[in-house]
Design a protein around this ligand. Structure first.
Ligand SMILES: [Zn+2]
Length: 454
């Protein structure tokens, strides 16, 4: 009985510590006396469902004792059973494989051997601070038996020695993706109330980016605004290891309902309205990070310098001198230079009748030239006070077919619509996602939506 137990437990240990390769290959005639000194976290043994953990520990120590007192060792198992030790090191800045291993007593020869097995993939030379090296070595000889580079919870590279050579193996784990629903009502701020509802800061930023084309999160939020999200959370062994994408989201701002659904086409993954319009707009609402609006769009304004009624056909964004001014949309530079009251000015033509104008600039970006193309968000110039200006600000005009529109309120066109063949597949998907989101809404949330529809 003791014999079978020992065999069983040795095999169990061998399996749990992946040292099975070292224990096989001996013929019964090799077996003499055995001292077993295996450093294994005992909870590993508990994987045997048949026997309780405590029993195993007792049995094991009994068995080991009995082998040292001369009871024959099971056939075919061990000679000079090596004592193994498993050690871990966290990679720090400036560390290298040889530095870490030699610090733990591994020979240059073994370091060389394991490095040469890594020549192609270069995983070990590219290891980064914060990653973990775990290695098993012979406790008596310091011989390196195996090495693991734990790159992340999901990716480990395993190097194992056989016939004096190391071979590597990449082990990739797939997290379980769980869909999570959260909703929140704003009473303090997006972040305070969002975090309180259990939504991470990065998730809130992502949501603000999705709806940022329609809602100015710095100015437009109202107490009582509500939002709901359906997003991915990644789990590994029952533990959350992070978040994935927002799949669907709804934001109720100042009585208006916005909805976005993530969808992948050949152009990549983007967010769309339930009708298939891009959430992204052809134009940025504001082409500069401003401190305040110093003068509104006003066709009947009294001019601050001339004290006469002069229409203000744009909006003035106060910002410090040198603040980058961005192209509000993709387009062509049709003017770059000086114009009387405007001072330094850039005019962009965006096609389809849209033009934008940027005035009182301190200077221009070196990358733009008349007739050249610019991308949405690209820095074209810098805030200044040239022309008739009482302080540094950007004067911004938005024209459609030559008519001035209020840049703050003009309805901005959506980005390129989805291709027809994509739209056909998207629409039923969007409907499914929208109803999924709706099915999670709390009674309060539903009441709020119902009151808006009245
Ligand atoms: Zn102005």
């Amino acid at each position: 009985m003791a014999k079978t137990n020992l065999t069983k437990h040795l095999l169990l240990l061998a399996a749990t510590t992946s040292i099975v390769a070292l224990l096989v290959g001996f013929t019964p005639s090799d077996v003499e006396e055995t001292t077993i000194n295996i450093e294994v976290p005992l909870q590993l043994i508990a994987t045997d469902g048949e026997v309780a953990n405590q029993t195993i520990q007792n049995n094991l120590s009994n068995s080991i004792q009995s082998t040292t007192t001369g009871i024959p060792t099971p056939a075919g198992l061990v000679k000079h059973a090596p004592a193994f030790t498993t050690q871990q090191a966290t990679v720090k800045t400036g560390d290298s494989l040889s530095k870490i291993l030699s610090l733990h007593g591994i020979s240059n020869q073994d370091i060389y051997r394991v490095s040469s097995s890594d020549k192609k993939s270069k995983e070990l030379t590219r290891m980064r601070p914060g990653q973990t090296l775990e290695f098993v070595k012979d406790k008596n000889t310091d011989e390196l038996i195996s090495l693991k580079l734990i790159k992340s919870q999901l990716e480990t590279i395993v190097y194992e020695k056989s016939d004096g050579k190391f071979t590597s193996n990449k082990v990739v784990r797939e997290p379980e993706i769980v869909k999570v629903y959260k909703e929140a009502t704003i009473s303090n701020s997006l972040f305070l109330d969002g975090l309180k509802a259990g939504i991470s800061q990065s998730m809130l930023i992502e949501m603000a980016n999705i709806f940022g084309w329609d809602i100015d999160f710095a100015l437009d939020l109202r107490t009582g605004d509500t939002f709901s999200l359906l997003f991915e959370e990644k789990y590994l062994d029952g533990q959350s290891i992070g978040f994935g994408n927002i799949l669907a989201a709804q934001f109720v701002n100042n009585g208006r309902v916005y909805q976005a659904i993530r969808y992948k086409t050949s152009k990549g993954s983007h967010y769309y309205t339930p009708d298939g319009l891009s959430m992204r707009k052809t134009f940025l609402r504001t082409p500069v990070d401003f401190t305040r609006i110093s003068s509104k769009f006003n066709p009947n304004r009294l001019h601050p310098i001339f004290k006469t009624t002069r229409p203000h056909r744009g909006v003035d964004y106060a910002a410090s001198k040198g603040t980058p001014v961005k192209a509000s949309g993709d387009g062509k530079v049709i003017f770059k230079g000086r114009q009387n009251g405007y001072g330094n000015v850039v005019i962009l033509d965006h096609g389809r009748g849209y033009t934008t104008l940027y005035a009182h600039l301190n200077g221009f970006s070196r990358k733009i030239k008349r007739g050249g193309r610019v991308k949405q968000g690209q820095t074209i110039a810098f805030v200044g006070q040239t022309g008739y200006a009482t302080g540094p600000h950007l004067h911004y005009e938005f024209r459609i077919n030559g008519t001035h529109k209020n840049p703050v309120t003009v309805k901005l066109p959506n980005d390129e619509p989805m291709a027809k063949k994509d739209l056909k597949k998207y629409l039923p998907y969007a409907q499914t996602m929208a109803s999924a989101l709706e099915s999670y809404h709390s009674p309060n949330y539903m009441q709020k939506l119902a009151s808006l529809k009245k």
